[in-house]
Write a new protein. Sequence first.
Length: 319
Amino acid sequence: MTREELISDINSILEENENLSTVVYAVLKETYEVKQLDIVEDEIKNIQKIFIDSIKKNIIDKEELILQKFSEADDRKSDIFEYDLELPKELCFFNAELNDTISIFKFNNDKIINIESLIIEIGTEEKQLRLFKKITPVEILGRGGIVLWLKSNQRFESFNEQVLRFTDSFYALKINNSIFFTKIDVLEKVCGFHDIINREAMISLCCIQKMCILNEQSIEGIKELISNISFARKVLKIKNSPVIINNIPNETIIKFTKMFPKLKGKMKYTSDGKQIILKTKLSKELFIKMLDDAFLTSELTRLFYESKAKDYISSEENE
């Protein structure tokens, strides 16, 4: 999905204006059970407004917004990622069915301190969007220590209740069955996420193995490094590599490793010259970067570059 398509989908909901309604759900710690918050109508309108304003500020009105698919994301500081992998089980509540059968959050059974996340659903009966908000310690007052509040004109007294404070931040948005993350660190703190990244990286490694460009020892060497989540994310991208998609011949790839300054002398080759041997960690990292087409030559200056960020331009774009 492009930035324009995402904004169009969001606007198709938000421009309903007075027809919009909002429901807030709490996701409980450990069980990930979803419960509806019973909030008075006036406050629901206020909550709806602060989150609509936040969507406009952080997505719609952000002219330089960078949107990337998560599995293809480069090292630019993207503003939003379209998540295109399997969801970790700890985040499966993103896809929970929300309807009138959801239990109400009741204070005689439930505690605010046990709320881990909020789901804010905004829309009409026909179409909705969902925001996902991680609750931070500063958003729950009264979770520990002594809280004082101004009871009268000048005297402070202790306040023993817990208070849920709403701020306009959110870490993910779901619309038309697509999920977009604004904060990747939320994903990285989920244990199941690492397993998914490693599994997807192994699929990419199989693609590399099918090329028959590396000897078996080099394949095993890359497999060992996949245990590092940062390296695994780089390997994950390779299944969508333009080098693989365009079936660039091994002979051409090997020739490139011998002439590009950053790669020259960093790799070894089999006696027949048909395979690359990666003996060092650096050579393995450079090989993955090369398959990601990160080493470029300027057509204008003939200078060599390493580029982590690439925006594809069609040859027909200006025709």
